[in-house]
Design a protein around this ligand. Structure first.
Ligand code: SF4
Length: 370
């Protein structure tokens, strides 16, 4: 598979979309019968995927079905929840016990894995050995906000491959550098990002925002740079991403032909925004939504959240128009998405990225206040 490409597919189920994007990307060439494959989801806490914290078992099920079609039968789901929770409890709560039984795949709690000392980018790290002993490793992170590292996706998800003592030590030595260093040692072959539902602000969930999208690639730096832009975050502000790029883990470059959208325009998510979590409800006062797809609505909420952090929403009385209900409507003010292209200002795209929304909306609000 081309490391320079990123594949995006829209949908809310997870299973079919995972299969389809893996098939369409040419990832099948990576797998052969008899291979030992590890799957590393994000089960940071024992909360279901609908909380915005964990990888949907439907996405993992789609990946397992794809691997079985490739003739791979030796599949292990490996994870170590954060130091404050039990992975065994997460298997149960997050639906991985049922998944394991249905497909005959192993569950391995990395908290009780053997460990190895390695030196990476000048740092001595203690890491779990199982992710190193498979023929292929697939990283299945959730794209979400994070209170310390701004966002978490492919690079940070590998922290689950550490024993608890090392997870704690990572915090004491600044998180960013050890995360980047860890990614020079554990090198997943594929990354399939669960961006169906991620938390707005915290890795432990509680403020879920539906985005109804999966993202596939092979370069974790590029995947995280793209993911950041979807959350309205400038990738150059994410320290572990920049450090990983400097260490040769990957490239943050997103060119005009990097992103391949599958079934664009034919597989849009539900034409209604999800109910907003408490942390984002006040942002809804700046939105006029009519039949908005979740993905368009979520991009706008992420952009508004960033503007709110900067204090840029103070004194704003305008609303941003979004949704299919604005197709063909001409008006003053600002719209986001192709459906709202009839407004005097518009962020084009179907769906537009949060970073683009952020720039245009910020500019518009500033011009209103002049
Ligand atoms: S531009 Fe319209 S159709 Fe496209 S994602 Fe947004 S609301 Fe849906």
């Amino acid at each position: 598979m081309d490391r320079n490409k990123i594949f995006v597919i829209y949908g809310s189920d997870g299973l079919e979309e995972a299969r389809r994007v893996l098939e369409a990307s040419g990832a099948g060439a990576l797998f052969k019968p008899g291979m030992k494959v590890g799957l590393k989801p994000n089960l940071v806490v024992a909360k279901p995927a609908s909380s915005g914290a964990t990888t949907s078992p439907r996405v993992v099920a789609g990946t397992v079905e794809f691997l079985k079609d490739c003739g791979v039968t030796d599949i292990t789901i490996m994870e170590g929840s954060w130091a404050g929770d039990s992975t065994v409890r997460a298997w149960q709560t997050c639906g991985y016990r049922d998944l394991s039984q249905k497909y005959g795949v192993r569950l391995q709690d990395l908290k009780s894995d053997r460990t190895r000392s390695v030196v990476a980018a000048g740092l001595k790290l203690e890491i779990c050995v199982s992710p190193l002993e498979v023929d292929r490793l697939i990283n299945l992170p959730v794209l979400k906000g994070h209170c310390q590292t701004v966002m978490t996706c492919a690079l940070k998800n590998l922290k689950g491959c550490l024993p608890d003592s090392e997870k704690r030590r990572f915090h004491s030595i600044g998180l960013h550098r050890p995360i980047a260093a860890l990614n020079t040692v554990i090198r997943p072959d594929l990354i399939l990002v669960d961006s169906l539902c991620g938390d707005l602000t915290f890795e432990e969930g509680g403020n879920p925002i539906e985005m109804n999208r999966l993202i596939l690639g092979a370069d974790p730096v590029r995947i995280d740079a793209f993911g950041a832009s979807l959350l309205g975050i400038d990738p150059s502000k994410i320290e572990h991403l920049i450090l990983a790029e400097q260490l040769g883990v990957g490239s943050s470059k997103i060119l005009s032909d990097t992103v391949v959208e599958l079934a664009r325009g034919t597989n849009q998510p539900l034409a209604k925004p999800a109910a907003l979590p408490r942390a984002a409800r006040h942002l809804a006062q700046f939105v006029d939504a009519r039949e908005a797809c979740s993905i368009c609505y979520a991009g706008l909420i992420h952009a508004l959240y960033r503007l709110d952090e900067q204090g840029a929403l103070r004194g704003v009385h305008e609303k941003i128009h979004v949704g299919q209900g604005f197709r063909g409507v001409q008006g003053r003010g600002i719209g986001t998405g192709e459906c709202a292209a009839g407004f005097e200002a518009c962020v084009r795209g179907c769906p537009p990225g949060a970073e683009d929304i952020l720039k245009k909306v910020e500019e518009f609000f500033r011009s209103c206040n002049r």
